[in-house]
Design a protein around this ligand. Structure first.
Ligand code: BTN
Length: 242
């Protein structure tokens, strides 16, 4: 039996809030423990990676959980969260889910979830924020991204009532995070390796391009350059050259 604290207890749910990460950060700073969960059906100031805004349309879930304790640097938390979200969406019936480095979750090449880990290592806490498209009608996605995103329950009009799908998705994330946050790091890296959506694909980033290889044990992406050298990307955004 694991003594990892239950993920999802206590649980605060909002119909609407500014950002579940913001609320969870406040709770963490005030001393809330590992597993404290904040969810919302809507966010008015959701945050994405690299300072981008994040919208939560009807049928999407905003989910943020507090972790407390010594934070390793570099942290394996984003890697653990990635494999946990993949497994959670598959447990809900989705096709094979993959991690698009560094922290997008793809089903059939389209983004169904994004992860934003924020924290204060010096104060011993972090927050894992997950934006998951559970059962979003395609017309509710921003037209700019519509052809690049999808939902756990597919790219169609929702058939599951949003409330029910969101409750199931919350339970699936809780169970999967509880497993992967406590798993041996080698297991996490092996699972991540088998879910690396970019491996062998031609990618580009600001300042370069190459063929993506594996993900290293600090979460860096190895890339083979045309001149035969191998570099490690440790942050930023990469794009598939299709
Ligand atoms: C990304 O840019 O892909 C990461 C998106 C993370 C969004 C989630 S939704 C729940 C939590 N609250 C936020 O404000 N952001 C994260």
């Amino acid at each position: 039996m694991s003594d990892f604290p239950p993920v999802g207890r206590p649980h605060l749910h909002f119909r609407s809030c500014d950002s579940t990460n913001e609320i969870a950060r406040g709770l963490a700073a005030a001393g809330s423990g590992t597993g404290t969960l904040v969810t919302s059906d809507e966010q008015t100031a959701g945050r994405g990676r690299q300072g981008r805004p994040w919208t939560t349309p009807p049928g999407a879930l905003a989910y943020s959980v507090v972790l407390r304790g010594p934070v390793e640097i570099p942290s394996t938390v984003p890697l653990r969260a990635g494999v946990a979200v993949c497994e959670a969406v598959e447990s809900l019936g989705a096709d094979r889910a993959m991690v698009k480095w560094p922290n997008d979750i793809w089903i059939e090449g389209r983004k169904c979830a994004g992860i934003l880990v924020e924290g204060r290592p010096q104060d011993g806490w972090a927050v894992i924020g997950i934006g998951l498209n559970v059962d979003v009608a395609s017309e509710d996605f921003d037209p700019e991204f519509r052809d690049r995103v999808t939902s756990v329950f597919g790219d169609r009009a929702p058939v599951v009532s949003p409330g029910r799908g969101l409750t199931e998705a919350t339970g699936a994330l809780n169970a999967s995070l509880e497993k992967w946050l406590d798993a041996p790091v080698d297991d996490v890296l092996a699972e991540l390796g088998s879910r690396n959506a970019l491996e062998g694909r031609e990618i580009s980033w600001q300042g370069g391009s190459g063929i993506a290889a594996g993900i290293g044990d600090t979460g860096d992406l190895h890339v083979n350059l045309a001149d035969g050298t191998i570099i490690n990307l440790d942050a930023g955004e990469v794009h598939l050259n299709v």
